[in-house]
Ligand binder design. Sequence first.
Ligand SMILES: C[S@@+](CC[C@H](N)C(=O)[O-])C[C@H]1O[C@@H](n2cnc3c(N)ncnc32)[C@H](O)[C@@H]1O
Length: 382
Amino acid sequence: MAGNTDLHAAARAKKDEFYTQLSDIELELRNYKPFFRDKIVFCNCDDPYESNFFKYFALNFNALKLKKLIATCYNGSPVSGNELMLDFGDEIKEPQKTAYKVEITEVKDENGDGAINLSDVQYLLKNDKNVITILKGNGDFRSDECVELLKQSDIVVTNPPFSLFREYVAQLDFYNKDFIIMGNTNTLVCKEVFRMFMKDRIRTGYTHFNTGMFFYVPDSFEKYHHMENGKKMARVSTSCWYTNLPVKKHMEELVLYKHYTPEEYPKYDNYDAIEVKTYTDIPCDYYGVMGVPITFLDKYNPTQFEIIWQASGNTYANAPKDLLQALGFNPNIKYGGGLGTPVLNGKATYTRVLIRRRTQSIPYTQEESQMSMAAEPSEDNK
Ligand SMILES: C[S@@+](CC[C@H](N)C(=O)[O-])C[C@H]1O[C@@H](n2cnc3c(N)ncnc32)[C@H](O)[C@@H]1O
């Protein structure tokens, strides 16, 4: 009989098997086209036979002017070697339950039809012996050989396993890699991710914040939303994109039109900060600390606002004492939600991001403004 640990591991692995639709990838990635030129893209949680990330980059290899595409496949995937999401036809068999990498440096129009399509990629995988290599280990993104590939690469793009998201993003941050990855809005409040927001080392992407997305799931899943082309689809209401590349909305100033009154913006019982129920209500004439809902992070422009801290039960234990003191935190006031949750008129609120207006907009650094200029599509990039 399976022990509790086995059951938990199986439940975790199941949560990780949500496969991204090509249309969702296209919708987000079309915003970053100039950033891919001459770059090595690494999809490190992507079995090329299942992943639409691999498919997207293989098919757009020339259009994006990529230098190299690397994809590694993890052999712990319950679907690896079992269910092919991408139809490469019968002639080419996916290596069975082995971890392997695919490295592509050139995609030619092999069938001469004037376009790069799946049959050209299929031809490439089948005929070029240098393209597919069996890995020594299991293809875990944390393994030495995958970390070596990470070091060589410029941009990491994937939907990583949800259960390992914090570790995943911390690794990208540690190796200082550009990334465009899928995640879950629930992870915004994790201390690792939130600290990256505070340092402006991560931001939300262009599409799908708080709208929900559909993913392919393995045939073995009993719970799913609907069938599409014979595949089970499940909805995740909290999925979103995260990146450290420039995103236009995070460079635009929020237009603030409301004026501060103590009646409309009461102070918390336990913090020297005012409650702002929604980011659209941020008063234009208040320069003290304000508590706003977590969704503010999707609009956060670090030149307009400064993130001071996350007021929640989770973060209290890690809060620097002098910061709590500066925030006028009163540890004697607690009402559900754990010590650290903002309390308003004796009631706990939801987790809040504590922010402050910058008195003067800080211009983006030279590097960032160059990147933002690069983000404007030039004629040959359209
Ligand atoms: C959310 S799925 C997404 C798959 C693919 N990137 C996509 O978007 O369609 C995450 C994938 O990561 C794989 N995975 C799980 N643990 C992993 C690990 N430690 N290292 C690399 N990949 C892992 C899972 O088996 C699964 O295929």
